[in-house]
Design a protein around this ligand. Sequence first.
Ligand code: M6P
Ligand code: ZN
Length: 178
Amino acid sequence: MPENLFIGKSLIGKKIEQSTRTLGDIRFIFEKGDQITLQQASRIAYNVSSYLPEKEGTPGGLYFGITNLYPGLVGDEYFMTKGHFHANRDTAEFYWGIEGEGVVILMDEQGNIKGEKMFPGSLHYIPGRMAHRVANVSDVSLSFGACWYSNAGHDYKTIEQKGFTARLKKVNGAPQLV
Ligand code: M6P
Ligand code: ZN
C-alpha cells in the first residue's frame, strides 16, 4: 500500500500537512478587506492539505496539494487564495479542478492578466513567471489539486506590494475581471 491516498477531494495519510487561512489572514488581498469584521476575520477562507515528500528547496522534487476554498464574497469580490509568484521564477505548476466552479487568475511580471475557468476536470498549466490565484465563483466549496516543485518557493511579497492588476468581481450576478 502507498503511504498516502488521494480520494475524491481528500488527501489522506500520515505525512499530510494541513494549513488554514482565515479571512483575517488574507484581508489585504481584498479591495474592501478593511470592512471585514472581527467575527468574519476568524472564518476559514480555505485550507490546504499537502504532501511535501522533499525538503523545501530540493531541486527537481515535487509537492502535491489539495486546496478547499469556501464560497463567499468580500464586498463584490469572490473569496480567493492569497496568490503568489514562485520565488524561483523558472518553476511551473499544474492546477486542476476537482469540485465546484472557479477561476484561475494568471498574471505575468508585466501585469498582463487573464482568467481560466476552473471546473471538475479542468487542467491549468501555470508557466514559470506567472503569478497565480484561484477564486471561487460558485456557492459551494471549490476543491482543486496542485503539483509544484519543491524548489519553487512562494513569493507573496510582490503580490502584497503590487497586488494583481485586476479583481474578479461579481458584476450583475456573473464573474468579471475588472
Ligand atoms: C496550491 C499550491 C500551494 C499554495 C496553495 C494556496 O495548493 O499552489 O503552493 O500554497 O495553492 O495558495 P496560496 O499559497 O497562494 O495561498
Ligand atoms: Zn504556485
